[in-house]
Design a protein around this ligand. Sequence first.
Ligand code: COA
Length: 263
Amino acid sequence: MPNDYQEIKIVQEPPLTWIILNRPEKLNALSLRMLDELSSALEELSTDKSIRVILIKGNPEGRSFSAGMDISAFVNLKPLDALHISKRLQEVINKLEMFPKPVIAVIDGYALGGGFELALGCDFRIASNRAELGLPEIKLGLMPGGGGTQRLPRIVGEAKAKEIIMFGERLKSEDALKIGLVNWVVPPEKLDEEARKVAQKLAEAPPIAIMTVKNVIRLTRHGLLEEGQMFEATSFASLFATKDAAEGVSAFLNKRKPSFIGE
Ligand code: COA
C-alpha cells in the first residue's frame, strides 16, 4: 500500500494493519483530509487478503485517540457546509462499520466528539486506564454529528446515551467499561500489546464467517426476529460452501488446530 498519506499513517504487521490518526499537534483532531485518507486506506485494505484485522489508534504524541472534528473549521460555518461535514464523517464511520474485517479502536488519552464516534463505528474498543471518552459537543452549543446519537443508544441504552450527550462530561475508561462502551481496559504501557493479542486471535478466525457475522448483526438490527433468523439461517448455510468450514470441522474431528485461508 502506498504510504503517502499525511494525516494518517499505515503500519503493516500482516495479518494486522495499524491505522494511526496523525495530527498530534491538534490532539489528532479529524480534518476532512484525514477523513479522505482514512476512506482511501480502508478501500485499499478491504481487498488485501494478507490483512485480516485493522487496529486504529492516535499518534501517541497527540495524547489522544482523537479530540474530535477540527473545531477551527466551525468558525462562521454555514449550516449547509456543516451538513456536508456531518455527512462525510458519517460516511467514513459507516465504512468502518461495514468494513469486511474486524476493526479495533485502540484508545489512549482523549476520544472525544468525532473521535469517539469513530471508535463507536469499530467492532471493538480497547482503552488504557487513563483514557477519557465523551461527546462534548453540547458545550460548544452543538450536538454529535457523526452517528453518535444513533450508535451510542444502541450500545449503552437511551438513558445513558442521553446522559453522555446532554451533560457532555468525559467518562473514565473504567466507567465506560462498566456500561459496555469499551470491551477491555488495560494499563497504558500494555495497550498496544493487548490490542495486538486480541487482533491476532481475530486474525486466526475464518475470515468469511467473521465478515458474515458482521453483516448479519448489522443488517438485522432493526428487523423482525423472524426476518433476522431467516437471514441468519441462509448465511449459516452459505458458509458450508467455504473451504474454511470444511477445514474447521475436519480439524475438530481430527483434534488439531484449524488453519483458515479465507476461501
Ligand atoms: N479541534 C481543533 N483543535 C483542537 C481540538 C479539536 N477538536 N482539540 C484540541 N485541539 C488543539 C487545541 O486548540 C490546541 O491547539 P494549540 O496548541 O494550537 O492552541 C492543541 O490541540 C492542544 O489542545 P489543548 O486544549 O491545549 O490541550 P489540553 O490538554 O489543555 O486539553 C482537551 C485537551 C481534549 C480537553 C481539549 O483540547 C478539548 O476540549 N478539545 C476539544 C474537544 C471537543 O470539544 N471535541 C469535539 C469537537 S466537535
